[in-house]
Design a protein around this ligand. Sequence first.
Ligand code: AMP
Ligand code: MG
Length: 478
Amino acid sequence: MIPVFAFDNSYARLPERFFARQPPDPVAAPGLIAVNSALARALGLDPQALATPEGVAMLAGNHLPEGADPIAQAYAGHQFGGFVPQLGDGRAVLLGEIVAPDCRRVDLQLKGAGQTPFSRRGDGRAWIGPVIREYLVSEAMAALGVPTTRALAAVTTGETVWREAALPGAVLARTAASHIRVGTFQFFAVRGDTDAIETLARHVIARHYPEAGGALDLFDAVVAAQARLVAHWMALGFIHGVMNTDNMAISGETIDYGPCAFIDGYHPDTVFSSIDSHGRYAYSNQPRVAIWNLAQLASCLVPMIEAELGQPTEAVIGIATDHLNRFSEIYEAEWLARMAAKIGIADPKPEDRALIETLLTRMAGQRADFTRVFRGLAEGTAAAEFTEPEAYEGWAADWRARIAGDPAAEARMRAANPAIIPRNHRVEEAIAAAVAGDLAPFHALHAALASPFDRPADDPYRAAPRPGEEVRRTFCGT
Ligand code: AMP
Ligand code: MG
């Protein structure tokens, strides 16, 4: 059975300087890790065909599906604040765009598909650890309702990848609304290529924001999408970990799961990434960093906005800054709505912010488990998450008074507070087992994460890490 993909590759029809034509590099012995059947069906693909040897060969990059037009996309980016004028897909190949039966268009990318002209010193490969991490976390994010790239499938390569040790190689087949990043605009801006920026902006508008009339509208749409996205991350205790401008998707999806992690014991300064030594991408910095990244996007769009508005550069910079400032408004409203729902409140009043912040402060003081405290509000178990429950009880008296008489509060909390998240120690456990050839922990965790809000009381994935189990450091996806 040969998988059939309804490809229509609009990005590969853009000017040649947008990418390098690059087929995936075949691997020694492809083996199936997983096919995401539900996603495959939603995209009009046959999951059984994907799991056949022919399908696995395609997912590994050994055989090109009919209609594919493989490219490595060019992009630049600020990495930890330092600008790199050329990054690009160094270990990923975009096979093409699938048009789903519901007319949705998604990129199909193979991550770990071998070297490209953008690989610099890298081998273009991925080992099974980051592939499993991205599979688990991106699918968990989707089940949690967060806009995200998805994992369509993962395969092993039968090859060894050399990192600090010899590790089994793997390829992730990932889908995305698109892989266009803030850094894609920066790639052309730094080259003074205003024609390309205009072409890219038109492409993005047609694809993601058809209601946008021009570059300023496009900017507004991206600002709003990012403000909502980051508020959603914050409400789940999610830390992206490497919010470089090349890892921020214009579509508003979460992209490039590297050293990402969910908080266990809450503290706003939490950082997991081993390379984020100054905490640039710490939990509480994420909204600020998003604004910083969007300022970089604004500067790429200034020439186009200038032409649109017929105003001098200085005036346009002022206008773009005003529009950027809308991030905070949208973010604060979204954060308040999400956090209020977490404590059972439907239509938050400005005063509710203090109620939420008091709880967070008390949680931070005792490093109470973020997921368990919030879920525990509806289940009556929150106090037990505090080493000194009085701190919680004092707050809970005010909280109970606030939600008293609202019969929908409990259901609201259960719908806003997942019982399980992909906890670091569980993800690491699944990776360690996979390296040893055992995929059972990966499959079990993945199955549980498909319904994070609806779990039995004794679900083992609800447990916080015990002392000694806690994972405090995560590593880049290379
Ligand atoms: P990221 O980890 O997504 O922030 O990647 C940053 C840049 O490094 C991108 O241009 C990647 O394509 C590139 N890169 C990461 N890992 C590899 C690798 N193993 N081989 C080649 N390029 C890589
Ligand atoms: Mg990246």
